[in-house]
Write a protein that binds this ligand. Sequence first.
Ligand SMILES: *Cc1c(COP(=O)(O)O)cnc(C)c1O
Length: 340
Amino acid sequence: MIIDLRSDTVTKPSKDMLSAMMQAKVGDDVFREDPTVNELENRLAKMFGKEQALFFPSGTMANQTALKLHTNPGDQVICDTYAHIYNYESGGASFNSGISCKLIDGKDGMFTAKQVVEAINPDAYYYSKTSLVEVENTANRRGGTCWNYNEILKIKTVCDEHDLGFHLDGARIWNALVAKNETAQQYGEVFDTISVCLSKGLGCPIGSVLLGDSKIMENAIRIRKIFGGNMRQAGYLAAAGLYALDNNIERLREDHQRAKEIGKELTKLSIIKTVEPIETNIIIFELNNDVSEKDFIKKLADKNIHIIGMGSGKLRIVTHLDYTNDMHEKLLSILKTFAL
Ligand SMILES: *Cc1c(COP(=O)(O)O)cnc(C)c1O
């Protein structure tokens, strides 16, 4: 039994998901004739209360398209220091859109409306033009933390006052919705564009969707094409998304529960310095200074348990759909032996 807890992206489609994929009705999506892609897009647009949705091969491409839709070269986007768009999209913001990021050092990946106001550049020609604010929920690098919705509302007001776009990187919005008992509609109401991933907690092999109203989304399909993200019979992939929306959202609670249980066990170990608060499916922890990160990872790997380091002494465990109860019990019992 191999227990892979490096990421929630390691899941493979279940039998039932595969069967839904095999039965999909498909067509050429470049002609917009794939009924399953169209169904997935319509369903998600309705779910978030947006006029349009567009299916993408990756979350990175959906985010990069959003950045392009909201900005002109030379502009600046406000985001957290640990934002995915800044750290993990290969510098795409500058490469694709010619924009820079104004970083806010938020708390647990979240910043305040006041910090946004302070980060907006003055309206003078020699400043970079601030045109977009980007929020990540849950905040990946900060340990899957959920935003406070009231703060998002306040930031929205700031965006309106300063004529700024508002984009949500909702790669793991599903985890936040379940953990905080919020609705997709609430997010649709405040953000101009939202990217969501189907290939993380929801267990699809591939797929992300960008959502927005018609005006902002007008050029989305052209930009997706420029990025090379047009697909043909993508309905086989969209069918996995439809299956996941029906079956894999509510069960995220199990991932969250197991993550909390793992965190509790880690807290008891003397070799561990701190475990960051766990709200969803990501556990970030730090070893004591005298314990080698490499040795700890190897010790687990020798027992077929795989986790990853995040740099600066932090380690990460992510629970997911393919992490079963048997695996969970085995992991907890192995961690207990580390207490010696
Ligand atoms: C995974 C992820 C994405 C998109 O990543 P892809 O691997 O390109 O699908 C975007 N934002 C966050 C916060 C993520 O965790």
